[in-house]
Design a protein around this ligand. Structure first.
Ligand SMILES: Cc1cc2nc3c(=O)[nH]c(=O)nc-3n(C[C@H](O)[C@H](O)[C@H](O)COP(=O)(O)OP(=O)(O)OC[C@H]3O[C@@H](n4cnc5c(N)ncnc54)[C@H](O)[C@@H]3O)c2cc1C
Length: 390
């Protein structure tokens, strides 16, 4: 049996290795458009490759929960550890995040490729797949018994993923949920250029436009950073997928930043009263808790009115007008849903023997190793389905 895997990224490599391990008689060929497989993996986790997490559950994922279950039920953190141990990769844990022991993504790619070579997996690099027809013929030339679409999404096109997968599935009549960038920086309507470079620990709240209800849709706590166009940092990236979808629908989501998560309004008011008693009546009254640029921004915005200053320290409002684009994004939200797949399977309903894995599916994870975990897990899931039906 001849199997083609289109895309030599995280899910494609895990899929190819698992097929051969399950059944060495299956002939496996990877088609990779870049000059080497796994180039995006090298860029992950700032070159350290946060490849999974000790705590994997559906709450860390957005998208199609049937697919999330289908993959995670067979592939948890222990399975991920076993997979990497079987490659000879020792794993290190930092606050639940799993990394290669060397903290080098290049070791992950090197061991994946060593194992692929040991298993005689053919890897055609510099080989862009332009077409796939329903008889599973690639580029009008190479016919296969089974094909896996592991082309990734549209995020980070500089690493080979510029949305080719969506073109292939569209041509085959397979539908997918609208896509947008996720895990990316947020753009604000307010001009925050004077705050560029200010880093702080805080909480970012996301609310719907004209929301009278005080309850946010979501919130994230951690280190935030102002940029010349808006807000960055992990909490901003975690909320960006929702913001990209809301702004694509024409909405203007509201953001609030709390700079003092551990202080209440009465604490802030008491602090400000004490500062005034000390003779600190200008923006320097805020230097005890805020960075100087932030102190200037909040003091001048409120013309020195301490009641309003206290409220802004607790909940400085912004309007999100969108996010940075796919070039800056780490993942793609949206993609092929379970309505297009056989039940509890990654095989498409429309075309028998065609499988879809990784970011092309309607699943995206939060920061913390969840996207790579899903990529490995979905590749391994498709591989087992292929090998079991060989
Ligand atoms: C900068 C950055 C940092 C990240 N850090 C992390 C992290 O630390 N932890 C984490 O969990 N996730 C991280 N991610 C996300 C994670 O890398 C992806 O979600 C994951 O790689 C998706 O796996 P995939 O197999 O679906 O696709 P990819 O790994 O993107 O692989 C797809 C492959 O298909 C190839 N391809 C595309 N089109 C064609 C074509 N027409 N013909 C042939 N080949 C083609 C591409 O060149 C690519 O090699 C990061 C992403 C980025 C951009």
């Amino acid at each position: 049996m001849k199997v083609a895997i289109i895309g030599g990224g995280a899910s494609g490599l895990a899929c190819a290795i698992t097929i051969k391990r399950e059944n060495e008689d299956i002939d496996v060929t990877i088609f990779e458009k870049l000059d080497q497989p796994g180039k995006k993996i090298l860029a992950t986790g700032n070159g350290r490759c946060n490849l999974s997490n000790f705590v994997v559950s559906e709450e860390y994922y957005n998208g199609d929960h049937e697919i999330i279950h289908t993959v995670l039920d067979d592939f948890d953190a222990v399975n991920a550890l076993e997979f990497f141990n079987s490659l000879g990769l020792k794993i290190r844990e930092e606050e639940g995040r799993l990394y290669p022991y060397s903290m080098n993504a290049s070791n992950v790619v090197a061991l994946l490729l060593k194992e692929a070579a040991r298993l005689n997996i053919k890897i055609n690099t510099d080989c862009k797949v332009e077409s796939l027809d329903s008889s599973l013929t690639i580029n009008n030339k190479y016919k296969f018994d089974k094909v896996v679409l592991a082309l990734g999404g549209k995020a980070a096109p500089q690493h080979g993923t510029d949305g080719d997968g969506y073109k292939l599935i569209k041509n085959l009549g397979i539908k997918y949920q609208p896509i947008s960038p996720a895990l990316v920086q947020i753009k604000t309507e307010e001009d925050v250029r004077e705050l560029k470079g200010v880093r702080f620990k805080g909480v970012l709240f996301l609310r719907e436009e004209d929301d009278d209800d005080d309850k946010p849709i979501k919130f994230q706590e951690g280190e935030l950073l102002f940029t010349d166009y808006g807000i960055s940092g992990i909490p901003a990236m975690q909320l960006s997928g929702d913001i990209a979808q809301m702004t694509a629908r024409g909405e203007k989501p509201l953001l609030n930043i709390c700079f003092t998560p551990d202080l209440g309004l009465s604490d802030i008011n008491e602090y400000l009263d004490n500062q005034i008693d000390r003779g600190l009546t200008g923006e320097e009254m805020l230097y005890g808790i805020l960075n100087e640029k932030l102190a200037h921004y909040i003091f001048t915005k409120n013309n020195g009115d301490t009641n309003h200053i206290a409220l802004d320290i607790m909940s400085l409002p912004f309007t999100a007008v969108g996010t940075k684009g796919y070039k800056e994004a780490q993942v793609t939200r949206g993609g092929v849903g379970s309505d297009e797949l056989k039940k509890h399977s990654l095989e498409t309903k429309k075309i028998k023997n065609l499988f879809i894995t990784g970011e092309l599916l309607n699943v995206d994870g939060t920061c913390g190793g969840y996207n790579l975990h899903f990529a490995w897990g979905s590749g391994i899931k498709a591989a087992k389905e292929i090998a079991n039906n060989a």
